[in-house]
Design a protein around this ligand. Structure first.
Ligand code: ADP
Ligand code: MG
Ligand code: ZN
Length: 416
């Protein structure tokens, strides 16, 4: 492909009219050779931030991506648009690998997606040193964080890219927004010089609603019946058994539901996921195994019937609602029993002291969000160091807790 401007590529190759948010600034920064760290919520459009520069700059862009299934989808979609894209991962046989390597060496690829463990192998590093590289994109960059639930040890080795190819611009992208994760990415990937692009993590179309748990099945049923009958939704539970129980219960009550957890065999998981994707009135009752890679735009609600382990997890899970920008609900029922149970799980875990302390702090922050008398959205975004005005649309804003109740109760206790 000959050199052309970024907006031309956006329009002629991708068929989009204009860039969104910070995309253009990021693309320009990369095209001119700078390193970038990009924090944007899921669905905001991170892929274009490296796909466009890949077509504007000379050479082949190397994209590191941890999810083999998504790699194939992305490459297929790019090929559909006429982009010369390929991937290298463990699903290919030798002759396929050699064909991709040959195309790369001939300079016939614009983008090459590579699984991190393969990229760091000597064969691949050798290959890359013989071709022309336009940029490195490290997608899902939070996988370098040991504290996140997506930790991939191979990501730790990726600083080698900077050591071997100091001239080649790099872009690291993630939807994980905590300051701590950001610092870990910068340090582990040697991105100290990178320009940071941090988008707002607010999802204004999601209404947050958190209640105390007493009879959670009834509460869930009532929530769905009153607000989301016939809608597509996800109910998150902590245990595999519970997903099956709750799915049965919902079906009996006339709400079409399927379970999803890592204990189901692969074929059944795939079938349930495909049905969820296709049908617009199905409720998936799932453990957190259901998540990465779902991009159904019209999920109208996400319900948690057990307390998530962290605010980070809660944000990612609720963020699967309302990707189409239309109104959606994040509903949760929590009980102190959840907290007791999870504290015990942390205590009994094999993690070291640092892990335990950190997990306990994450749980406390989650509990803080549940018990806050502040706007839920203000509190949620504060966790990501983002500051906004009260939203007027969450349960606390709509129904502020009556402070005098507490005072009366306290007076009763004091005078008793
Ligand atoms: P992320 O990686 O941030 O989760 P993606 O890169 O997968 O998001 O993009 C999400 C969706 O948004 C895709 O369907 C993509 O085509 C669309 N999209 C991204 N940027 C634009 C744009 N500038 N104009 C229109 N659609 C866009
Ligand atoms: Mg992405
Ligand atoms: Zn609010």
């Amino acid at each position: 492909m000959s050199l052309s401007s970024a907006s031309q590529v956006l329009q002629t190759v991708f068929g989009y009219e204009s860039f969104r948010g910070e995309q253009q600034a990021i693309v320009e920064h990369l095209v001119s050779g700078g390193d970038a760290l990009v924090l944007m919520p899921t669905g905001a459009g991170k892929s274009l931030c490296y796909q466009v520069p890949a077509l504007v700059r000379q050479g082949c862009a190397i994209v590191v991506s941890p999810l083999i299934a998504l790699m194939k989808d992305q490459v297929d979609a790019l090929k559909e648009l006429g982009v010369q894209a390929a991937y290298l991962n463990s699903t290919l046989d030798w002759s396929e690998i050699r064909a991709v390597e040959r195309d790369f060496l001939r300079g016939e690829l614009d983008l090459l997606y590579i699984a991190p463990e393969r990229l760091l192998g000597e064969r691949c590093l050798q290959l890359l040193s013989q071709g022309r590289i336009s940029l490195f994109a490290i997608d899902e960059a939070h996988c370098v964080s040991q504290w996140g639930h997506d930790f991939r040890p191979e990501y730790m080795g990726l600083s080698i890219l900077h050591e071997r190819w100091p001239q080649v611009p790099r872009i690291a992208l993630t939807a994980t927004a905590t300051t701590h994760t950001r610092q870990e990415i910068i340090q582990r990937l040697a991105l100290g010089e990178a320009k940071q692009f941090i988008a707002s993590f607010d999802r204004p179309n999601i209404t947050y609603h958190i209640v105390e748990k007493h009879d959670v099945r009834r509460q869930l049923l009532q929530f769905i019946r009153q607000e989301h009958m016939g809608d597509s939704g996800i109910v998150y539970c902590l245990s595999r058994n519970k997903t099956e129980d709750i799915a049965k219960f919902l079906n009996k009550e006339g709400i079409k539901a399927l379970p999803y957890h890592a204990g189901l065999d692969v074929a059944r998981r795939a079938e349930h996921q495909a049905r969820f994707q296709q049908e617009d009135d199905l409720v998936m009752v799932a453990t957190i195994a259901f998540g990465m890679g779902i991009n159904k735009p019209d999920v109208r609600f996400v319900a948690h019937i057990d307390l998530p382990k962290s605010v980070e997890g809660y944000y990612q899970e609720t963020g699967r609602a309302g990707r189409d920008g239309l109104a959606a609900t994040a509903w949760m029922a929590y009980g102190l029993q959840d907290v007791v149970q999870q504290r015990k799980m942390i205590e009994d875990s094999n993690g070291d002291e640092v892990f335990k302390r950190r997990s306990a702090a994450q749980l406390d922050a989650m509990l803080g969000l549940c018990e806050t008398a502040q706007c839920r959205r203000v509190r949620l975004l504060a966790y990501f160091d983002q500051h906004i005005e009260p939203c007027g649309n969450c349960d606390v804003c709509l129904n502020p807790p009556k402070m005098w109740d507490g005072t009366v109760a306290a007076q009763k206790i004091l005078s008793a």
